[in-house]
Design a protein around this ligand. Structure first.
Ligand code: NAP
Ligand code: G4F
Length: 344
């Protein structure tokens, strides 16, 4: 019997990599996409061209994580063995602008799926896309499954709710429901307004003289950045483990946004000269052109300054470890961007 997976958030960065992984493993994959006035399937359209996929093994359904009726109907119709909840308003800064919607989608969305599972088939395995943002104002270092949460944004507060409702349904109804606590993971398919993609795209365009300047916010925040392709493998492993548990997935290495900028610039052979402090900090090119400036509008009302995880549990029990370091990630992102720019 072929295994059936249902992915909420199939059109996102992780949805795209997870779909490819599961199809390669022989799953039938159902994905939930939102109705949108412009096309929102660009990350998954080319999956149909892949030699490993039979068209009938990948099916898309219209639905929305804020709409309980569509969630219930899709789960009932597709009869999945595994559900991956990747759907979210996933931008932390935007969550301060649309806190109510973010909470509805990111917190209650998970509840809606869990509640449909107990009504339709409690044997369905469930993966919740948790986030290192839940550690927020970090209470210990590095962060593990035991580190207490201290969320710093409506996004992170919503993810904490989703985390605990997943634990609660696991304990109350004996569900195979798991939380992945994933640290930042990036790729060529990363959304354009996240900082790594913004930096890679911006510096590639500056290098090719298609753009003059890049505007950023807090470049002293530190993150533990991995590659999304590695992290979707962890999601799958989490649901294959002998019992349902919660897992930290990270690289254990930390860089500041400024270090990330410098690494991208080095890879592009762009020399950067930094000067000034705070909002006046700037980076200049060899020809003394202002390339990077800091803008207040990109700072958040509350910041998460310092994330670095410890994935010892996943390494030991899931036999998972990241295969791509920061340099491999940056090279992958740059190569993709330069190829895209060559079509412009
Ligand atoms: P992403 O690229 O922003 O993708 C989010 C997905 O959710 C998209 O398919 C989006 O659809 C969909 N979505 C948003 N609102 C929805 C709604 N109301 N109903 C149905 N679908 C909706 O995010 P990602 O980077 O792939 O992350 C996947 C998940 O992991 C998210 O839950 C995120 O919060 C979480 N996470 C991400 C990271 C990371 O570093 N990437 C780390 C930890 C946790 P559209 O394409 O139509 O917008
Ligand atoms: O790339 P970011 O927007 O990612 P952030 O806020 O860490 O959230 C991402 O990772 C989480 C996992 O920890 C996910 F749960 C979440 O869904 C998302 O995928 O920002 C990274 C850092 C922040 O400290 C931010 O203040 O970069 C700083 N930053 C500086 N200038 C900027 C910018 N962030 C963005 N997006 N844009 C800037 O211009």
């Amino acid at each position: 019997m072929k295994r059936i997976a249902l992915i909420f958030g199939v059109t996102g960065q992780d949805g795209s990599y997870l779909t490819r992984l599961l199809l390669k493993k022989g799953y039938i994959v159902h994905g939930v996409k939102r109705r949108s006035s412009s096309l929102n399937t660009s990350r998954i359209d080319d999956i149909y061209q892949e030699p490993f996929i039979k068209k009938k093994n990948f099916v898309l359904h219209y639905g929305d994580i804020t709409d309980g009726t569509s969630i219930f109907d899709i789960i009932k119709k597709t009869k999945p063995n595994e559900i991956y909840n990747l759907a979210a308003q996933s931008h932390v800064a935007v969550s301060f602008k649309i806190p109510e919607y973010t909470s509805n989608a990111d917190a209650l969305g998970s509840l809606r799926i869990l509640d449909s599972i107990i009504k339709i088939n409690p044997k369905i395995k469930f993966y919740q896309a948790g986030s290192s943002e839940m550690y927020g104002k970090v209470q210990s270092f590095p962060q593990t499954e035991k580190t207490p949460f201290y969320p710093r944004s409506p996004y992170a507060v919503s993810k904490v709710y989703a985390h605990w409702i997943t634990v609660n349904y696991r304990e109350s109804y004996n569900l195979f429901a798991c939380n992945g606590i994933l640290f930042n993971h990036e790729s060529p398919l990363r959304g354009e307004t996240f900082v790594t993609k913004k930096i890679v795209k911006g510096l590639c365009r500056i290098k090719l003289k298609k753009q003059k300047k890049l505007y950023l916010g807090n470049i002293y925040a530190k993150r533990d950045w991995g590659h999304a392709e590695d992290y979707v493998e962890a999601m799958w492993k989490i649901l294959q483990y002998k019992k349902p548990e919660d897992w930290v997935i990270c690289t254990g290495k930390q860089y500041s946004v400024k270090q990330f900028i410098n690494l991208v610039a080095k890879n592009l052979n762009l020399k950067l000269f930094w000067s000034g402090e705070g909002l006046n900090e700037k980076a200049y090119s060899e020809k003394n052109e202002k390339i990077i400036e800091i803008k207040k509008e990109y700072f958040r009302p509350a910041e998460v300054e310092n994330l670095k995880g410890n994935a010892a549990k996943a390494k030991k029990h899931l036999k998972w470890k990241p295969t791509k370091n920061i340099n491999a990630l940056i090279k992958d992102m740059i190569n993709f961007e330069l190829k895209e720019l060559s079509y412009e």
